[in-house]
Design a protein around this ligand. Structure first.
Ligand code: GDP
Length: 460
């Protein structure tokens, strides 16, 4: 499906800066008449005679009434974000002024922009592909260094160009096979089955890697779900607080005061960790049972990381062994953390050092060795993949298309294996091409577009 500039003939307007009072507000217009409409209400000079990428001082007037002194930036089509004529008006940041200016433009014939409509127009006019457009949304919402980097690299096309290259290779094969079909009975082979198989296997490897990266991408976007597990009074709330550096969890001498799961986030080395405080552990005093408390166990299973905490003054090796076994069966990466080193217990410390040399010794209460703990946390959540600049899929829609691509690629392989006829192989290839195209927006439906861009905020 292709779109043309003519489909977005009307001129849209929206506040581009956040709502509320600020020193300056920027109102943005995009569309064929953006400059002409602005010129009708702008006094200072004739904006229609100015060059692109210039800024002009003047007043915005509603008839005789001056609304504000403003700066107007001009971007003449196609040299703008949307590739249409774009005007950005910097006004003083009062909501009264903003409303008056926008109302004036609506009266002149502009219409309010829908959520994401500027980005949608940019996409429709070929400024970037769909994956990049979606990255714009991610970038706006990115709240940590890593999520920012993932969105930025996607927006700049890292992700899409890889997909596009793969797709082109497959298109080549598809056309070869279609050619064979045209020759029908003659039994010519333009596309070597072995080569096709090799290409599909290569594609599969890349697609599978992208699928795997989704877990990591998800973690980067939403935070690493982390559980602090341990007996009552082990120091879980204290540790959480120490890590959060503020009193968000209730610390108490009395076991059972933290009744509900408290979820909170900390940013360690640019990675968000979403902490789930396992108050459920307090519901029973026996550790083994505690880890078995179903609610806690459910939480622990969904975690990507468990911090298993025990009180050095109140635990023995037998108990720790049992807990470690339980945790190993759970299959979630975990750290063994011995708390309250200030209390001593040299015997258990040396037992631990020989049996579990990876134990981390801390004092949550005295904030001792928290840096060591943080380093171990980061080490366990291996983000090296990301740091090497590999492509990471963070978008559920892309993930979905990748899964469908993988399935249809597997169908191609199966078809080759079972020596099915060309027309069926061609069908499977077309299916793969379709799903790959969905990611970059070469194949779209209006519903899909509406769905994607409605998630943007107005003015974007
Ligand atoms: P939770 O039940 O596991 O959440 O344990 P809390 O965080 O409520 O801590 C229980 C008690 O242990 C509180 O009185 C804390 O002040 C104390 N505590 C926590 N960490 C330390 C520590 O490193 N050293 C000592 N001596 N006490 C600690």
């Amino acid at each position: 499906m292709s779109f043309s500039l003519s489909e977005s003939n009307d001129t849209i307007i929206a506040l581009a800066t956040p709502q509320g009072v600020g020193a300056i507000a920027v109102i943005r217009l995009s569309g064929k008449d953006a400059i002409r409409l602005t010129n009708e209400v702008f006094f200072g000079k004739n904006l229609e005679k100015q060059e692109s990428h210039t800024i002009h001082f003047g007043t915005i007037r509603d008839g005789e009434k001056i609304i504000d002194e403003v700066l107007v930036s001009l971007f003449i089509s196609p040299k703008s974000f949307t590739k249409e004529n774009v005007v950005e008006i910097s006004t003083h940041g009062s909501s009264y002024i903003i409303n008056q200016v926008i109302k004036l433009f609506l009266k002149k014939g502009a219409r309010p922009a829908k959520p994401g409509e500027f980005t949608q127009r940019a996409f429709l006019n070929g400024q970037f592909d769909l994956a990049q457009a979606e990255a714009v949304a991610d970038l706006i919402h990115a709240d940590s260094e890593t999520s920012h980097q993932a969105a930025l690299s996607q927006m700049r096309g890292g992700f899409s160009s890889e997909i596009q290259q793969l797709r082109e290779k497959l298109i080549h094969f598809a056309s070869m096979i279609e050619l064979e079909l045209d020759f029908g009975e003659e039994d010519v082979e333009f596309a070597s089955r072995t080569e096709l198989q090799e290409l599909v296997e290569r594609l599969l490897r890349v697609v599978e890697e992208l699928i795997l990266s989704f877990d990591l991408g998800n973690v980067i976007k939403n935070g690493v779900p982390t559980v602090i597990a341990g007996k009552p009074n082990a120091g879980k709330s204290t540790l959480l607080n120490a890590l959060l550096n503020e009193e968000k969890a209730i610390v108490s001498d009395i076991a059972g005061t933290t009744r509900d799961f408290i979820e909170d986030e900390i940013n360690l080395g640019g990675v968000i960790f979403r902490f789930i405080d396992t108050a459920g552990l307090r519901e029973t005093t026996d550790t083994i049972e505690a880890i078995g408390v179903s609610r806690t166990q459910e939480k622990m299973k969904t975690a990507s990381l468990i911090l298993y905490l025990f009180d050095l003054g109140d635990t023995d090796l037998v108990e720790i062994n049992r807990d470690v076994n339980k945790l190993e069966n759970l299959g979630v990466p975990f750290l063994k953390i011995a708390n309250k080193i200030d209390k001593g217990n040299p015997e258990l410390v040396s037992e631990l050092k020989s049996k579990y040399p990876d134990t981390i010794f801390i004092s949550a209460g005295n904030k001792e060795n928290l840096e060591g703990l943080k380093a171990k946390i980061l080490e366990l959540v291996n983000l090296d993949k990301f740091k090497t600049g590999n492509t990471i899929v963070t978008n559920v829609r892309h993930y979905d298309s990748l899964i469908k691509t993988r399935d249809s690629l597997l169908d191609i392989l199966r078809g080759i294996d079972e020596q099915i006829t060309n027309d069926f192989v061609a069908m499977d290839i077309r299916r793969s091409l379709h799903y790959l195209g969905e990611i970059t927006g070469e194949i779209t439906t209006d519903d899909l577009l509406a769905n994607i861009f409605s998630k943007f905020c107005i003015g974007k």
